[in-house]
Structure formats: structure tokens, C-alpha cells
Ligand binder design. Sequence first.
Ligand code: SF4
Ligand code: SF4
Length: 231
Amino acid sequence: MIASERKPIEEILGYLDGESKVLVVACDGCSAGCGVSDPEHAAETVKELEASGKSVTGTVRVEMTCNAGLTALMLSQHLAAVNAAASVLVLACGAGIQAVAAAVDRPVHPGTNSIYLGGFQGLWRSEPRCAECGNCMLDYTGGICPYTACSKSLLYGSCGGPKDGKCEVDEFVECGWVRIYQRLEALGRADRLKEMPPLRNFQKMLPVGDSRRSSLWALELTEPEKAEGED
Ligand code: SF4
Ligand code: SF4
């Protein structure tokens, strides 16, 4: 399971600035269990979008959005709603949002933040997709996660080392930031790279489980003993 929380509607509307028609994709898996994308909360989001003057071309529910094949199939069955939309708002975990981005030639906006729950990657298993950082920035990166696509998890651009589109750490891996640039350019949104995402709340990104089981982590959590006479 990947746990998700809803992004504030103000942040979502900021992503949709200048776009009047939007398709909503809502996951029936983990994020529905978190009360983010279940039918009731998805309908609430649609209502808020419409109250803000947006036209919602449809709501597509996908059983497990992180199943990239199933997501592509479901979207292909709603082509009219996809084509009528300027962009897609996804209520799903980070892996699900990326599965939608891989399936449509439209800008894809995250409606959620995935929060740390142990590194589970959902059903799109070929590679890690989401580090559950709690501050989803896929809107800025064309629906490709820099945490997982870049070998160094660089969040604000390339390290300057890629050669012929390959990562300097591993010549058999495509540079995540080259992929992000190519994707944004194909969407006509390369200018998005000039905008900085808001400051991140790193308290929402817990260390991986193994670190938390280490003795160092335990020591960090231990209250220092007070010397005699101290309050
Ligand atoms: S930015 Fe990446 S790690 Fe963070 S929630 Fe989005 S997909 Fe997950
Ligand atoms: S070459 Fe690209 S993917 Fe590799 S570490 Fe540098 S920016 Fe990241």
C-alpha cells in the first residue's frame, strides 16, 4: 500500500491555472482507502473544481492506477473525455500519477502527496517510482519523479553529468532529468523548469525503514538524560 493525502485545493487550482477543461482520474486502490480518491471524495474534488469555473470532462475510476497496463486500457476507453481535456488531475499515489502520465499526451497534475509507509511501490513493479516524499512535485517534472528517476535523487535539475542521455552513474540507465526535460518539451511545458516548487516539508519524508531500525536512529530518539539539578 502507498498512503496518500489530498493536496489543498488552492495548490491544485494553481496547477490548473490557464486550463479550463480537466479530466479527473481517481484510483479505487490504496488512495481510496485513505479517503482521497474514493467516489465520495473524488466527487467533492469535482464539485470544487466546477465551483472554481473548471469544466470537468469526465471522471475515470481505475481499480489500481499503479497498474500501468490497466490504467492505459481504462483511459483508452474514455478517449473522448481525455481528448476534450487540456490536462488530467490524478487522485492516486505517486506511482499511479506516473502511470497516467505515461499513458496520455496531456499535462498530468498530482492531486495528492504520497506519504511514507515503507517503500511499497504498488503494482508497477519494473522499477521504483515513488519515494513517498510527502510533497509530490510531479506537476513540475512532467509526471516523472526526480526522486526515483535520477540516480542521485536530484530535485532541481541535472547534475551536469549525463552523456548522450545516459546517467553518469550508470551508462545503461537513461538520465532522469533528460527524460523530464524531453517529456516537458513534448508537452510544450519546458518553461515549467524555470519555476521552483514551493519549499519542501522534509518532516514528511521519513528515512527508509532500514535506517529507522538502526541503533543510530534509536539513539537519536532517546531523550538525553538530564544531569542532576537540571529541570
Ligand atoms: S514527487 Fe516522487 S516521491 Fe514525491 S510523492 Fe511524487 S512521485 Fe512520490
Ligand atoms: S546523470 Fe542524470 S540521472 Fe544521473 S545523477 Fe546526473 S542528473 Fe541524475
